[in-house]
Ligand binder design. Structure first.
Ligand SMILES: Nc1ncnc2c1ncn2[C@@H]1O[C@H](COP(=O)(O)OP(=O)(O)OP(=O)(O)O)[C@@H](O)[C@H]1O
Ligand SMILES: [Mg+2]
Length: 288
């Protein structure tokens, strides 16, 4: 069966897309024993910085290439491997391997990916084509998107069958929700098969749980989401310095010494709800 492909999307920056993408991927691999591929589709390459130390990243960029090398034909992006043929497999890094065939693979990014944004011609379906040869090798493919709406977003949505939108419960993020809806609607207006990608919903992240402003923001999002038939996850990710520490130490949050059990439970609950949502939506589309 072909992989479940999830785009982590929100036009608002800094809401926790990358942190959740990396930790979901790690969790699905480690606890769920799934075969997971995480794709960094952001020229900021934060997921790459989270998962790879500087030396191995620099070496990988030079010899194996990144998502940018695969998408862009530019001499200055030529990788140094002799007779190298551009293929997604050769640019994938194995982060970890487990029992029952479980694997955590990663396709890194680099700043040069911004070239795609400046030269968007013929790019819309390129990511979809790129992952086609490997998508049966995985249970989940998670795409970490950039916060700006560009051809990278179109590529991610064309390559995905689900959208997950992390959101911080503050006023700017709530106002940014309209941009997310706009982006998805505009994509659908122009897509050849607009219903190929479905909304899994919004997951609140960095929830502090100690202020009425936050509660108010979350209430407003639920109201707005209801109007646009956007699902809002019951489970949420709490705010914790452990996430910042996990990024610093390049570990999944559930493996940090500092992770409180409730944070680990947060990630467990999000994964459980995510899986339920996916089966519900897949069942719905079978019945349609
Ligand atoms: N649950 C959390 N608790 C505390 N800090 C968090 C949490 N999630 C993310 N952060 C921190 O918030 C910052 C932004 O997170 P992240 O980079 O994941 O957001 P993003 O949406 O991917 O940003 P961008 O739009 O720039 O790609 C980072 O410093 C990260 O460590
Ligand atoms: Mg990010």
């Amino acid at each position: 069966m072909s992989a479940i492909r999830i785009a982590m999307l929100n036009m608002k920056g800094g809401v926790g897309k990358t942190t959740l993408a990396v930790n979901l991927a790690w969790h699905l691999f480690k606890a769920g024993k799934h075969r997971v591929l995480l794709i960094d589709l952001d020229p900021q390459f934060n997921a790459s910085q989270y998962l790879m130390d500087y030396e191995s990243y620099a070496n990988h960029v030079a010899t194996q290439g990144t998502i940018a090398t695969l998408l862009i034909d530019q001499p200055d992006l030529a990788i140094k491997k002799k007779k190298s043929k551009k293929s997604i497999k050769s640019s994938i890094v194995k982060i970890d391997e487990g029992d029952q065939g479980s694997v955590f693979d990663f396709l890194p990014s680099q700043l040069a990916l911004a070239h795609v944004v400046k030269n968007p011609a013929q790019m819309d379906y390129k990511l979809e084509k790129l992952i086609e040869p490997v998508q049966d090798n995985y249970d989940y493919i998670i795409i970490d998107c950039a916060p700006t709406d560009s051809v990278l977003t179109t590529m991610a949505l064309n390559a995905s069958n689900f959208i997950l939108a992390p959101m911080r419960p503050d006023r700017f993020s709530v106002l940014g929700f309209a941009n997310l809806i706009d982006t998805v609607n505009r994509f659908r207006d122009n897509a050849s098969n607009p219903n190929n990608v479905r909304e899994l919903g919004i997951v609140f992240t960095q929830v502090r749980g100690d202020s009425s402003v936050e509660t108010e923001c979350m209430k407003n999002v639920r109201k707005e989401a209801g109007r646009s038939s956007f699902y809002v996850f019951d489970s949420e990710l709490g705010f914790s310095n452990t996430f910042i520490r996990a990024v610093q130490d390049q570990t999944p949050v559930f493996e940090t010494k500092w992770a409180r059990d409730d944070l680990k439970d947060n990630v467990n609950a999000i994964v459980d709800e995510l899986k339920n949502r996916i089966s519900e939506l897949l069942q719905d589309s079978e019945e349609e």
